[in-house]
Design a protein. Structure first.
Length: 104
């Protein structure tokens, strides 16, 4: 079930792009500024929204679905939410997809 849910979620190119951006936030968001270093909390949702060129509700839906799958972690700091990749969960999903494909 994990593999199927992950593949559905990651069929969306924007969600894949967000995961890619969060892999090296200091490089991806070099032209942006935020209050805290990326290593401390991750990337502010507003920066992700700006880079994606989406409305706040559309960005929130993408981030919510990634968070529900567990591939990103969210941390509230004041009124802002910061996101970072959950590499352990990503590896778990890769392993699950690999296992499912090997059974075909």
């Amino acid at each position: 079930m994990l593999a199927e849910n992950a593949m559905k979620l990651l069929a969306n190119p924007l969600r894949v792009a967000i995961l890619s951006w969060l892999k090296q936030p200091d490089v991806t968001f070099a032209a942006y500024s935020q209050l805290y270093p990326y290593e401390q909390y991750g990337v502010c949702a507003s920066l992700i929204q700006d880079k994606a060129g989406l409305s706040q509700p559309a960005t929130s839906l993408c981030l919510k679905s990634l968070h529900e799958l567990g591939v990103v972690e969210a941390q509230k700091v004041g009124k802002w939410t910061y996101y970072r990749r959950n590499n352990a969960r990503i590896q778990e999903i890769v392993d699950s997809i690999t296992e499912q494909l090997q059974q075909l």
